[in-house]
Design a protein. Structure first.
Length: 146
């Protein structure tokens, strides 16, 4: 993607690629990913959610689902030993029920375009402001990391 820059959340430097941003974080700041939140759970559950820009989602063997797009998590009744070998079908079923990616919502509904949250985009970093059109198209989908 020519002319696209990735902004370091720590210092504000603009980096030309996701790999460059990874290396910048690692060598300039001593980390490559940032913990966004740690939320204690009332029950003893295997849960792991990490927001990592530009990377996809995956499930771990222990029945832990990692989603990296910032979507809200939903507790599922799955147990690791019971879904072994079934992850692909589960993923395909979810994708069949919920659109995936920015190309899914080609026609933007008026309610989405009039959402009050868009007003705050003007206060964000210019790199984020440029993502409004992309964000509008991904609302209600599983995202796509594109």
């Amino acid at each position: 993607m020519a002319n696209r820059f990735y902004t370091c959340e720590t210092c504000g430097d603009e980096i030309k690629s996701p790999i460059g941003l990874h290396n910048h974080r690692k060598y300039q700041h001593g980390y490559n990913h940032k913990v966004v939140a740690v939320i204690p759970l009332p029950d003893c559950e295997d849960v792991y959610c990490l927001s990592v820009p530009e990377y996809g989602n995956f499930a771990l063997k222990a029945g832990v689902f990692v989603h990296n797009c910032g979507m809200a998590a939903v507790k599922m009744p799955f147990k690791g030993d019971r879904i072994e070998g079934k992850l692909k079908k589960i993923r395909l079923d979810i994708e069949a029920a919920i659109p995936v990616g920015f190309s899914e919502n080609k026609e933007i509904e008026k309610d989405v375009d009039n959402w009050q949250g868009w007003r705050s985009f003007k206060d964000l970093h210019r790199g984020v402001q440029n993502l409004k059109g992309k964000a509008i198209k991904q609302l209600g989908s599983l995202g796509g990391g594109k």
